[in-house]
Ligand binder design. Structure first.
Ligand SMILES: Nc1ccn([C@@H]2O[C@H](COP(=O)(O)OP(=O)(O)OP(=O)(O)O)[C@@H](O)[C@H]2O)c(=O)n1
Ligand SMILES: C[C@](O)(CO)[C@H](O)COP(=O)(O)O
Length: 231
């Protein structure tokens, strides 16, 4: 892919999940952090770095998704999501126009920054098919049987915990989704097709709000302000 200002970035923010593990009575993307929804934080931090934005909302709560988008002042299209994250990403990609690069971001990662997007876009412009921020794993990892009996310790030195935004050559991501497989992230779909995936540095504050304690952590990160973004 050729570098330059002509590169058009399409952003898909997936916000259609229910947030079962968080345990609130409304969709996770609308849960508040520092007085604003998780979706509003993600939109505010990434939208200005993209040429086109699509928000994938929870099918039964499209009006609320519309309110969040309107409040953010972003000219984003809003489409209903699917039963799985992969299905929701597919709906978002379908709603995007002609772009060179597609960034897919979880609304559940409100404390993302535009530098993460820039790092991953730079890796794709530099020749990768896909890229995403990631962190080394810090806990010792055990494989278990029956959910609790340890069968072995896994070598963690080559393992990374992958975050979003995940950035792709648009043609590669569209082709990967056209194969119709399901996966926990979109990089896996590209890997399965033999694509080159390059990771860039992530940050702890890009955490995914999954369990109630994650919301407390996110509040602490938010209160700590915005330390210098690594490029
Ligand atoms: N059918 C789905 C499932 C998930 N997501 C989005 O994918 C991101 C990551 O998913 P996750 O954190 O697992 O969210 P939920 O599926 O909502 O969580 P849970 O499994 O606890 O219900 C979230 O921004 C979520 O809104 C989506 O758009 N459509
Ligand atoms: C896409 C993702 O955030 C990358 O770490 C993650 O795979 C989403 O997982 P979940 O199963 O939707 O929680």
């Amino acid at each position: 892919m050729t570098a330059g200002p002509a590169i058009r970035v399409g952003l898909v923010i997936v916000a259609a999940g229910s947030g079962t593990r968080l345990g609130h009575d409304h969709p996770k993307a609308f849960v508040r952090l520092g007085g604003r929804s998780l979706l509003a934080h993600a939109l505010d931090r990434l939208a200005s770095a993209a040429h086109e934005v699509v928000v994938v909302g929870p099918p039964g709560h499209m009006a609320e998704a519309g309110v969040q988008v309107e409040r953010s002042g972003t000219a984003a299209r809003i489409v209903p999501g699917g039963a799985t994250r992969t299905g929701s990403v597919a709906a978002g990609i379908d709603a995007l126009g002609s772009v060179d690069v597609i960034a897919v971001h979880d609304a559940a990662r409100p404390l993302v920054d535009a530098a993460a997007l820039r790092r991953a876009v730079a890796a794709v412009v530099g020749g990768a098919d896909a890229s995403a921020p990631a962190l080394p794993v810090t806990d010792t990892l055990k494989e278990v049987a029956d959910g609790e009996v340890v069968t072995r310790t896994v070598d963690r030195s080559a393992l990374r915990a992958v975050q979003t935004p995940q950035v792709f050559r648009a043609d590669v991501l569209r082709a990967a989704h056209a194969r119709g497989d399901d996966a926990t992230d979109d990089l896996a779909l590209v890997e399965a097709g033999g694509g080159t995936v390059v990771l860039v540095p992530g940050r702890a504050r890009y955490l995914k709000v999954t369990y109630p304690d994650d919301l407390l952590l996110a509040e602490a990160f938010l209160a700590s302000g915005e330390p210098e973004e690594p490029e």
